[in-house]
Design a protein around this ligand. Structure first.
Ligand code: UDP
Length: 363
């Protein structure tokens, strides 16, 4: 009986930092692995740059799917992945996070009768309007092996009827990438390169709830502009929503400096050196918790509540952001000191051991 190949599916920026530690750790096991890039993100600044920085091998296949509406993109992903999985037996399929590539690979794997592992299983925002929430729920319903980054995810999966034997708390591979990059972070150098003052904030914005509705986009831009009056705000802006935020008056916000999306090490360097982060990203809520930087998350809910109870995260609205930012900048904000269990830089090793055992077991 031979061991099945392990095929990793990545497609968008937040997948790369989660997959890299797993691919690296699997090199210590006697198992073949393949990397399929769907091309959901194809921009050099959202994709290529991370392969070099995270020591990811070049993908074995790139499906070049590109962007589109939820339906057109998902349809293209389904067709491309089905063809790829039919051409070369993928063995055990591993998907990461909650992007459309995650959902599409899960569906195709299930229909072809392939075994499926989901890294970052069980996160729930309980906000059904988020495309990511739909992706998470469907992926978890189809997965054979569910690898959770935090304890509350296990409770969600148990409530949804997933057998305990298929769920494993493994820690957070995104934090492995952060730990591996830590020695390369250069907060002062990056700050000077961009001509930022010693005290500055970093912001990221791309969620549909903030950028798709013109009224909300205007409120968000006005709130960010108010923060920018107290401290210069650097906003490496995702292409998603760029036009909507410009329409909402971003160019007139004097204290907000918009730049292109940054590479991983430059971005984390600037976050590490910042006085404050404002974001609607999923991963940035986790990274700030480990970098000990206050994070104000512009959302009504988070699928990562552990960053509220064991980290530096706080949920804000456009209305409450300016006061919350002032509290952080004036040293009036206090955060829990305990950190999430197993966010220790070794999640990739735990995941690799489970995947290697699964690949050996069912072939
Ligand atoms: N990130 C980056 N450059 C940037 C902004 C973010 O490298 O200009 C990284 C960030 O450190 C994190 C990941 O991108 O590791 C988060 O991706 P994103 O916010 O696109 O996705 P989400 O986490 O919201 O799914």
């Amino acid at each position: 009986m031979s061991t099945a190949t392990i095929t990793h599916i990545v497609g968008a920026r937040p997948n790369f930092m989660k997959a890299a530690p797993v691919l690296t750790a699997l090199r210590a096991h006697d198992v073949a692995q393949r990397l399929v890039h769907t091309g959901q993100h194809y921009d050099a600044l959202l994709s290529d740059v991370f392969f070099a920085e995270l020591d990811l091998p070049a993908p074995d296949v790139n499906l070049g799917v590109g962007s589109g509406t939820q339906a057109t993109q998902t349809a293209a992903l389904l067709t491309g992945l089905e063809a790829a999985f039919t051409e070369v037996d993928p063995g055990l399929v591993v998907v990461y996070g909650d992007v459309n590539s995650t959902l599409a690979a899960a569906l195709v794997a299930a229909k072809l009768g392939l075994r499926l592992a989901h890294v970052e299983a069980g996160l729930r925002s309980f906000d059904p309007t988020m495309p990511e929430e739909v992706n998470r729920r469907v992926t978890d319903a189809l997965a054979d092996l569910l690898l959770a980054t935090s304890p509350e995810a296990i409770a969600h999966l148990a409530r949804e009827g997933v057998e305990a034997g298929r769920i494993h708390l493994v820690g957070n591979p995104m934090i492995d990438s952060l730990v591996a990059a830590r020695g390369r972070l250069d907060p002062d150098g990056e700050r000077r390169r961009l001509g930022l003052p010693e005290r500055y904030a970093v912001a990221t914005l791309h969620r549909p709830a903030n950028v798709d509705d013109p009224g909300q986009a205007r409120r968000v831009v006005a709130a960010l502009a108010e923060v920018g009056e107290a401290v210069e705000v650097l906003l490496p802006l995702h292409p998603r929503g760029r036009a909507a935020l410009a329409e909402a008056g971003l160019d007139d916000a004097a204290g907000v400096r918009v730049v292109e999306p940054l590479g991983y090490v430059p971005f984390l360097s600037l976050v590490a050196g910042s006085a404050l982060v404002v974001t609607d990203s999923g991963g940035v809520q986790e990274e700030t918790t480990i970098l000990d930087v206050a994070c104000l998350t512009l959302r009504e809910s988070t699928e990562r509540p552990i960053t509220l109870t064991h980290g530096t995260n706080r949920l804000v609205s456009a209305a409450t952001l300016p006061d919350a930012a002032a509290a952080v900048l004036e040293g009036r904000a206090a955060f829990p000191t305990e950190r999430p269990p197993l966010w220790d830089g070794r999640a990739g090793e735990r995941i690799a051991a489970l995947l290697a055992a699964e690949a050996a077991a069912g072939s």
